[in-house]
Design a protein around this ligand. Structure first.
Ligand code: SF4
Ligand code: SF4
Length: 98
């Protein structure tokens, strides 16, 4: 008899570490495989975006974003303390990490 497994995602903090665009994600689960600390699990619905199960465990290594084969399907949402800002001395233009 097949066993049923239940998984309940932890509540996301306002600063969700990764954001998946469901209109672009193909549900290939590359990010599920590559994340070394299992932030995601595959969606039981084939082709749907993975479920972010343990968002608070993300340490922003960027592997999921780097290895995702679909441009723009997943992006990191760095916490404020990790969002560098810098200014071009000559022009005064302010830059932020996208
Ligand atoms: S940034 Fe790293 S730790 Fe966070 S979800 Fe992606 S692969 Fe996992
Ligand atoms: S690697 Fe990219 S396209 Fe594949 S499931 Fe993850 S976010 Fe979606």
């Amino acid at each position: 008899m097949a066993e049923m497994i239940y998984a309940i995602p932890n509540v996301q903090t306002p600063n969700a570490p990764v954001i998946i665009d469901p209109s672009k994600c193909t549900g290939c689960n590359t990010c599920v495989e590559i994340c070394q600390i299992d932030v995601f699990i595959p969606n039981p619905k084939e082709g749907e975006p993975p479920i972010i199960l343990h968002p608070e465990e993300c340490w922003y290594c960027g592997c999921c974003m780097t290895d995702c084969p679909t441009p723009g399907a997943i992006k990191l949402n760095y916490p404020l303390s990790l969002k560098p800002r810098w200014r071009t001395k000559a022009s005064g233009e302010i830059h932020t990490l996208k």
